[in-house]
Design a protein around this ligand. Structure first.
Ligand code: NAI
Length: 467
């Protein structure tokens, strides 16, 4: 065999896994059909969207928040092309970084679409149709996911008028009206970008809450914050048609509980109704790799039912998150190198990069109730945090859920400025099986937003000091 391991796909799962494998001494190859490495996340997902989220947040701050801080006369003017150029430059430097790391770690890259023709054998079809066969003792499927569309509804995504996240980060002008189908992570992040830049945004969501699966109290508060920013919500609304007109498009939806249908007109419609595992043209059926509800089925060591064929990331069970894929990439590399790779699925943080951010780790209150676990809650609002007041970032709260009998922290939820950074002390705490007392007794620098985290821990353990 030419290689110890071949990774198909170079997104956060594949590229991190490949680099780790090479560092552990395995002869490693990657197969990538895109022109650049990094997959959806680096090219058209996490990274470019964060460039736009940051730039549009700065724009909105300059427009709405400076005055209260005594900075007058600032009237920001949008140069969308320049903002997009910043996004493109961010992507270019990130994907370039992956190419550099591949070279540095002596990873061979094969450009084209990979198909598993037999265990240990991947046929790579290049753009010119030329097929190269690559042999490796192990194959790791890391092909990620693709836009799912709306189940049961025919939608013609042209990436101009009806867009997925791909077109949603590349519009050449700010749409006056943007209708977002799906109040999940993508819908709310990209909806926020365009709302800040001037669009009237309406989110149509099937469930009665946004960010389904999120702690209900946090989700409700967060929705109120977004509504204050001017985003409209149609909840409990099932989209039944998205049609292109002469100009723009229309979205038809009906109440999930039954009732009359409504139609909204939009200049642009963003379809953000989830993603599906990407297993197209991998040849899985021929080699007999089993799927389970569309996802590649693996054992606890990421091996499929076919020996030597592994899978990680969005294509397998679990949350579709870049960092979950990365950690599985590291774990599978360690397993292939004879070590004990492992991912703690109870401590995977998730962050919505809106303004304010929403971050959580572990169980929600609803999940604990459902599981019949006795818990206690500690909460602390940012209105009572000195640093938050100084920065005029007082929206939101920290909520910590701990086991009533043992005090072990089982979940934590933050909505507020910088939530995506603050969540990590709770993630580390949970990784070490820590209690709310552990966190409450840990000194936190003053004045920081993170003191609200400590105060919430104090509230769970005993009583907060500052409220
Ligand atoms: P999602 O699963 O987060 O949300 C999709 C929403 O669409 C759901 O709330 C669902 O109820 C709704 N929906 C489905 N069919 C509908 C219909 N016919 N009418 C109205 N609403 C309907 O999916 P999303 O936002 O597309 O994101 C895809 C994946 O990418 C997710 O797994 C997400 O975790 C991941 N992602 C993560 C990010 C982050 O961690 N910051 C950022 C962007 C994406």
């Amino acid at each position: 065999m030419a290689y110890d391991v071949i990774f198909i796909g170079t997104g956060p799962g594949g590229y991190v896994g490949a680099i780790k494998a090479a560092q552990l001494g395995l002869k490693t190859a990657v197969v990538e059909k895109r022109e650049t490495y990094g997959g959806t996340c680096l090219n058209i997902g996490c990274i470019p969207s964060k460039a736009l989220l940051h730039a549009s947040e700065m724009f909105a701050e300059a427009e709405h928040s400076f005055d209260a801080l005594g900075i007058e006369g600032v009237k920001p003017k949008l140069n969308l092309a320049k903002m997009m150029a910043h996004k493109d430059a961010t992507v270019a430097s990130n994907v370039g970084g992956v190419a550099f790391l591949f070279k540095k770690n002596k990873i061979d890259a094969f450009r084209g679409t990979g198909r598993i023709v037999a265990p240990g054998k991947v046929a790579v079809t290049g753009e010119d149709g030329k097929v190269t066969e690559v042999e490796g003792a192990n194959i790791v499927i890391a092909t990620g996911s693709d836009v799912a569309g709306i189940p049961g509804v025919k939608v013609d995504i042209d990436e101009k008028v009806i867009v997925s996240s791909t077109g949603g980060i590349a519009l050449d002008k700010v749409p006056a009206n943007l209708v977002v189908v799906g109040g999940g992570v993508i819908g709310l992040e990209l909806g926020s970008v365009w709302a800040r830049l001037g669009s009237k945004v309406t989110v149509v969501e099937y469930l009665d809450t946004i960010l389904g699966g999120m702690d209900a109290e946090i989700s409700k508060q967060f929705q109120r914050m977004l509504a204050k920013q001017g985003i409209d919500f149609k909840l409990g609304a099932k989209v039944t048609a998205v049609e292109k007109g002469k100009k723009g498009a229309t979205v038809t939806f009906e109440p999930v509980k039954g009732g009359a249908a409504e139609t909204l007109a939009a200049d642009v419609v963003l379809i953000a109704t989830g993603r599906r595992p990407y297993t197209d043209s991998l040849g899985l059926e021929e080699v007999g790799v089993e799927l389970e509800r569309g996802k590649v089925k693996t054992d606890a060591h990421y091996q499929t039912n076919v020996k030597g064929i592994y899978a990680i990331g969005d294509v397998i069970a679990g949350p579709m998150l870049a960092h979950k894929a990365e950690d599985e990439g590291i774990a599978v590399a360690e397993i292939l190198a004879g070590q004990r790779g492992h991912v703690n699925y109870d401590a995977i943080p998730s962050v919505v990069y809106t303004s304010p951010e929403v971050a959580s780790v572990g169980k929600t209150e609803e999940e604990l109730k459902k599981a019949g676990i006795d818990y206690k809650v500690g909460k602390f609002p940012f209105t009572a945090n000195g640093r938050a007041r100084a920065m005029l970032h007082t929206e939101g709260l920290v909520k910590i859920l701990a086991d009533k009998a043992t005090d072990r922290v089982l979940g934590a939820h933050i909505v507020g400025f910088g939530a995506g950074e603050m969540i990590h002390e709770l993630t580390v705490l949970m990784e070490f099986g820590g209690s709310s007392e552990d966190l409450a007794r840990t000194t936190h620098a003053h004045p920081t937003m993170s003191e609200a985290v400590r105060e919430a821990a104090l509230a769970a353990f005993f009583k907060p000091i500052h409220i």
